[in-house]
Ligand binder design. Sequence first.
Ligand SMILES: [Zn+2]
Length: 483
Amino acid sequence: MEWTISIEGKNEFGDICRREVRVDKSEERLRDGNLGLSIGDGKKIMAALQNAVVTQEAETYALFRRVCPDCHTFRPVKDYTTRRIRTVFGTVEVRNPRWMLCRDCHPGMVDAFAPLKEICPDRATPELMELTARLGSTMPYRQAASLLAEFLPIEPTETHATVRKRTIRVGERLDDQIAEEAWRARLQMDERRQLEMQLPGDRRKEFVISIDTAHVRSADPNSARNFEIVVARCGRGGRGDAGGRYFTTSNTDQPAIRDRTLHALRREGYCGFGDVTVISDGAEILKRLPRAMPKPTTHIIDWFHIAMKIQPMQQIADHMVRSRSDLAGILPTIDRDIRAVKWRLWHGRLDRAIRDLQDIVTRLLPLRGAGDLSAARLHSLGSQLLTYIRSNRSAITNYGARYRSGLRVATTLAESAVNSLVAKRMVKKQQMRWSQHGAHMLMQVRTAEMNGELRDRLRAGFREPEPQVPSLFKPKPPLLRAA
Ligand SMILES: [Zn+2]
């Protein structure tokens, strides 16, 4: 049986446009397991429909834009070329005119414009750009390319390189938007700094920024070093509340991180008032952030980073006490001593914790000297912890009190962000190397998607006011009909 699909379009002036698509479905094919329309048929049908619709829309738009908004006459033609518009349902080749500016209304100005560029600035439609970028930000580019081609009538020339190019392009657009919003936010923040200093802190209004870094392998042959991506989540409220917005940047300059942070905070309702708490590990680039933020901003070392340093010490100590009788003279209560250090750190009793830990480390020294491996390991871990606590002492707080008040004490939010944003795409694929620009832009796409605003942001950038578009879809019919 041969199926014919007819479509009929009627434009604003009553003109009818008809197209037919034929699909041959012979009965013999049923025996081969070919029942119903296949993906291939679907691609063919959609491509044909798309061709009709895009061709008509492109022509109509170009025609509307030919009318000078001032004198309502046709603008002169500069030239005609063709433009291939890639859509989710195949590539459509359309006539691409360029109109000159009206000579009467713009005397002395010789300028031309391509109307199609206004509705489709890229070689692909905004929808295809967005879809490609979204897939490209969640899976390897190669995989995204083959997934697209699997279901959509995409040309074979569109490869992983196309996916990468589009993803980065979309990322750059998002990045520009955020940079501009952050810049505006900073201007307003400067005006308000004086005011907020006079406001008392209100713990219930605390804004928490959980911030972490991920290392990404660099593809730059001139730099052997990896680069870092800052991943953060910020929002209001304590444990159990929604995590808030994500943001990412590969620019680890202090002003860059601060601007991103303020931008995200503002979107969570921050107006320069209220307490801000930054929770991070002891990484130097993150410790700089609180100093750059509006006051009052507090920096807290993530509790789990401390706890995870104590945990292996605890295991060794427990084991030593259980399995060894020769400790009785020197370290009879090493397990309880370490537990006590942890308890003191949890309650923010820092001086006491440092003194006790120093004492433990000193007492381990002779055992280590005697070749005791457990003691040597414990000594090494203890010394590291001591250094960590000392260099971060101003950022160690009373975690117990915060916890009991329902406030956050750990960067679990940022870490889950690292996992969902970076790790899947960049860290776990150890063989992959990234350019900093590419990684940064890809992360902007992924972040926008995670924040649920990818589509709105791309469409917002699209709706830029074009001063030359007047009553675009209210043209004077007689004139257009004459065309
Ligand atoms: Zn004119």
